[in-house]
Design a protein. Structure first.
Length: 250
């Protein structure tokens, strides 16, 4: 497939690769459309039981492409969350995090039921450094994936967790020094061996246990409000211009 992703099938496992390595797999508008269409197709494919998500090159995903000229301006109240196609996907998802998972990239990994990583992986939600906040489930799911103090520090500082820390705190189940994607496929095959109706039932009840609809809604409302501020515009400009931002609290 084109538009920033590749999909291949290995037995009962589909592998979706974010494929914009020159942009650290940052997701622009065409890629978002391709992800949604690809996951919808895989969801309808009865031969696919589990999907693995990974990145091409040295990064997992740098989140939303801040240089995307097609990105909407203004509050974007009705703009769909980046992870919505992953949330709609009815089958188990395994994130094979091969490098930095930043911002929306981390949120994609958090939306997957199982996460494995390479030693080069890292995880960060740096939005507070750019006058914004995570707006695709990150503020909610991180507290289910990490101890509270670790989650707070990660959110409030915008700092990164390396693969060793992610494994220590339970954010990832395994760190594979070699053959990350084949190892992730092997994990996915273990899941795929279960009864399909059981997998569907377990995913439904597990998702209900960890996803707080009220928290998700509040996150999106506050994200949209911040998107209108001068500080957010300054944060993005400073990022593009590779300079420290000058925030004024408005």
């Amino acid at each position: 497939m084109s538009d920033g992703i590749r999909i291949e099938t290995v037995g009962r496992v589909a592998v979706l690769t974010l494929d914009r390595p020159d942009r650290r797999n940052a997701i622009d508008r065409p890629t978002r459309v391709a992800i949604a269409a690809g996951l919808e197709r895989l969801d309808a494919d009865e031969g696919v039981r589990v999907a693995v998500v990974t990145g091409a090159g040295t990064a997992f995903c740098a989140g939303v492409d801040l240089k995307d000229t097609a990105a909407p301006s203004g509050p974007a109240w009705l703009d769909e969350r980046l992870v919505a196609p992953f949330e709609r996907f009815g089958k188990p998802l395994v994130a094979a995090v091969n490098g930095p998972a930043v911002g929306g990239g981390f949120e994609i990994a958090l939306a997957c039921e199982v996460r494995v990583a390479s030693p080069e992986a890292s995880f960060a939600l740096p939005e507070v450094k750019m006058g914004s906040m995570p707006g695709s489930g990150g503020t909610q799911r991180i507290f289910r994936a990490l101890p509270s103090a670790v989650a707070w520090k990660t959110l409030l500082t915008g700092g990164a967790l390396d693969a060793a820390a992610a494994h220590r705190w339970g954010l990832v189940t395994d760190v594979f020094a070699e053959d990350l994607v084949p190892s992730a496929i092997a994990v996915a095959e273990q899941i795929a061996a279960a009864a399909p109706l059981s997998l569907d039932a377990v995913k439904r009840v597990g998702s209900a246990a960890i996803d707080d609809a009220a928290g998700m809604e509040l996150e999106r409302v506050l994200w949209a409000l911040l998107s209108t501020t001068e500080d957010r515009a300054e944060g993005r400009a400073a990022f593009r211009e590779k300079r420290p931002p000058e925030y004024r609290g408005r």
